[in-house]
Design a protein around this ligand. Structure first.
Ligand code: ACO
Length: 429
C-alpha cells in the first residue's frame, strides 16, 4: 500500500506521509501542510487530531480496550496495585522487587508537608473548593522545592525521580488536609507503616482519640479506583499538562494545571455529577425511567454515560461496576442510588437513542458510589480522580520534557471577528 495521502487544493496536489503506531493506528502527517499550502487543518475539539506520539497508553475506543504500557487494564486491576502501576506508567516497565521497595519507601517517607504550608491552608477561605485548594497547593508545593521546579528542563529532569515520588505522596496529604479544613477538623499526620490508600483514609478519618479502622477493605477498593484512573491517553487534563509542559514549565506547575482541567463536570467532575444526579432522581421518586426520557429529549444529560473515545463499554466501568456490589456487600449497606444506577444502565443499554449514539457507561458511572461508600464527601470525588491520574500526568510531563525535539504547543485558529476598523473616539460613539 502507498504510504502517503494526497490532498488536492484547487488544481494543485500535495502529498503527505502516513505514520503508523504499534497497534496499526494510522495518521496523515500534516506537519508541513501550512508551510506548503498556506492552509491549516480545522478540528475544533481535536476529535481527529493526534497531538503527539506517546508510548504510555493505548486505547481502542471502538473495541473498549485500554492498556498501560502494553498491559491490559483488566490484567493490572486483577494483579497489580496503584503504586506498582504508577511505577509502570512513569518508567515504562514493571518494577523489580528492589525497585518497587525503593519507590514505595520514597513515597511513604515523603508524606509530611512543610509546616509552613499549614499557614497557607489557614489563609484560604472557609468556602474554598477542594479542587481549587489542590491545584493551588500543588503549585505552592513547588515553591518549597525550587531546585525541582526550576523551569530549566535539564535540572527539572535531573530531580525528576524525587519530584515524582514527592508529588504522588504529598498529593494525598494535601487532599486530606483540604477535607479536614472544610469540615473544621485538625490535620492528622501521615503514618509510614500504612499502605498508600490506607494512609489516605487514616489522614481523612482518624481522630486523636480514635484511629480509623478499615474493617470493610475500603483501602483495597480505593486502591483499585486509583489504579483504574492512573492514565488515560490524551484526555482534556493530560493534554493540558502536556500543553503547559511544552512551554518548559516545571512538573509542579504542569500538574497543577491538570487539576484545573480535570475539575469540569464534562471531565473529572462527572463522578460527583453522577451521584448528584442519582440523588435528585431518588428525591423525585423516579426509578430512573422518567430521567431517561428527559435525557433523550435533551432536557437532561445522563452523567457517567458517553465518552469522546469509547464507543463501547469503558473497560474501567465494567471493573468498577463489579466492585461496587462487593464493597457494599462487605460494608453490609444497601444504597438506593445503586438500584437507580442499575435501572438507568439497563434502560439506556436497551434504548435506541443510546444505542444509536453508542453511549455506554464510563468509569464515573459507578465510581462515585464506591467513593460515597468509603465516606468520601461528594465534593472530594474529583480530588480522588486527581490523585489517581497524577502518575499519568507525571509520565506525560516526562515524555514531553525528555523529548529534545518537542516544540511549544501552539494551535492555529480560523478568525471570525471583524475586518480592520478605525478607532472611534469616545465622544463620537
Ligand atoms: N446523555 C445524553 N445524551 C448524550 C450524552 C449523555 N451523557 N452524551 C452524549 N449524548 C448525545 C449528545 O447529545 C449528542 O446527541 P446528538 O447527536 O443528537 O446531538 C450525541 O450523544 C454525541 O454527543 P457529543 O456531545 O458529541 O459527544 P462528545 O464526544 O463531544 O462528548 C462527553 C463526550 C463529554 C463525555 C459526553 O458524552 C458527556 O457529556 N457525557 C456526560 C458527562 C460524563 O460522564 N463525562 C465523563 C467523561 S469520562 C471521563 O472524563 C473520565
Amino acid at each position: 500500500m502507498d504510504n502517503t495521502a494526497t490532498i488536492n487544493i484547487g488544481d494543485k496536489s500535495f502529498t503527505y506521509p502516513i505514520i503508523t503506531g504499534t497497534e496499526n493506528e494510522n495518521a496523515v502527517d500534516l506537519r508541513k501542510l501550512r508551510a506548503e499550502t498556506g492552509y491549516i487543518t480545522f478540528d475544533e475539539g481535536y476529535g481527529n487530531t493526534g497531538s503527539c506520539e506517546s508510548s504510555i497508553t493505548y486505547i481502542d475506543g471502538e473495541k473498549g480496550i485500554l492498556r498501560n504500557r502494553g498491559y491490559s487494564i483488566e490484567d493490572l486491576a486483577k494483579n497489580s496495585t496503584f503504586l506498582e502501576t504508577s511505577y509502570l506508567i512513569i518508567y515504562g516497565e514493571l518494577p523489580t522487587e528492589t525497585e518497587l521497595r525503593a519507590f514505595k519507601s520514597k513515597i511513604s517517607s515523603n508524606a509530611v508537608i512543610h509546616t509552613n504550608m499549614h499557614t497557607t491552608f489557614d489563609g484560604l477561605s472557609a468556602n474554598a473548593r477542594p479542587m481549587a485548594i489542590l491545584s493551588s497547593m500543588l503549585n505552592v508545593l513547588g515553591c518549597y522545592y525550587p531546585q525541582m521546579a526550576s523551569n530549566n528542563r535539564e535540572q527539572d529532569l535531573e530531580f525528576f525521580d524525587d519530584a515524582a515520588a514527592l508529588l504522588i505522596s504529598k498529593v494525598r496529604t494535601i487532599a486530606a488536609m483540604a477535607y479536614r479544613k472544610e469540615v473544621g477538623l485538625p490535620f492528622v499526620h501521615p503514618r509510614e507503616d500504612l499502605r498508600y490508600a490506607e494512609n489516605f483514609l487514616h489522614m481523612m478519618f482518624s481522630e486523636p482519640y480514635k484511629l480509623f479502622e478499615d474493617k470493610a477493605g475500603l483501602a483495597d477498593a480505593l486502591d483499585l479506583f486509583l489504579l483504574l484512573h492512573a492514565d488515560h491517553e490524551q484526555n482534556c487534563s493530560t493534554s493540558t499538562v502536556r500543553m503547559v509542559a511544552s512551554s518548559g514549565a516545571n512538573l509542579f506547575a504542569s500538574v497543577a494545571a491538570g487539576v484545573c482541567a480535570l475539575w469540569g463536570p464534562l471531565h473529572g467532575g462527572a463522578n460527583a455529577a453522577v451521584v448528584r444526579m442519582l440523588q435528585q432522581i431518588h428525591a423525585s421518586g423516579d426509578d430512573g425511567k422518567k430521567f431517561i426520557e428527559e435525557a433523550k429529549a435533551g432536557k437532561a444529560k445522563l452523567m457517567g454515560f458517553g465518552h469522546r473515545v469509547y464507543k463501547n463499554y469503558d473497560p474501567r466501568a465494567k471493573i468498577i461496576g463489579e466492585t461496587v456490589d462487593k464493597v457494599l456487600g462487605k460494608l453490609g449497606v444497601s444504597d438506593p442510588l445503586l438500584d437507580i444506577a442499575h435501572n438507568l444502565e439497563e434502560a439506556a443499554l436497551n434504548d435506541e437513542y443510546f444505542i444509536e449514539r453508542k453511549l455506554y457507561p464510563n468509569v464515573d458511572f459507578y465510581s462515585g458510589i464506591i467513593l460515597k461508600a468509603a465516606g468520601i464527601p461528594v465534593d472530594m470525588f474529583t480530588v480522588m480522580f486527581a490523585i489517581g491520574r497524577l502518575p499519568g500526568w507525571i509520565a506525560n510531563w516526562k515524555e514531553i520534557a525528555s523529548n529534545t525535539q518537542s516544540r511549544i504547543h501552539r494551535p492555529r485558529q480560523i478568525y471570525t471577528g471583524p475586518n480592520l476598523r478605525n478607532y472611534v473616539p469616545l465622544a463620537e460613539r
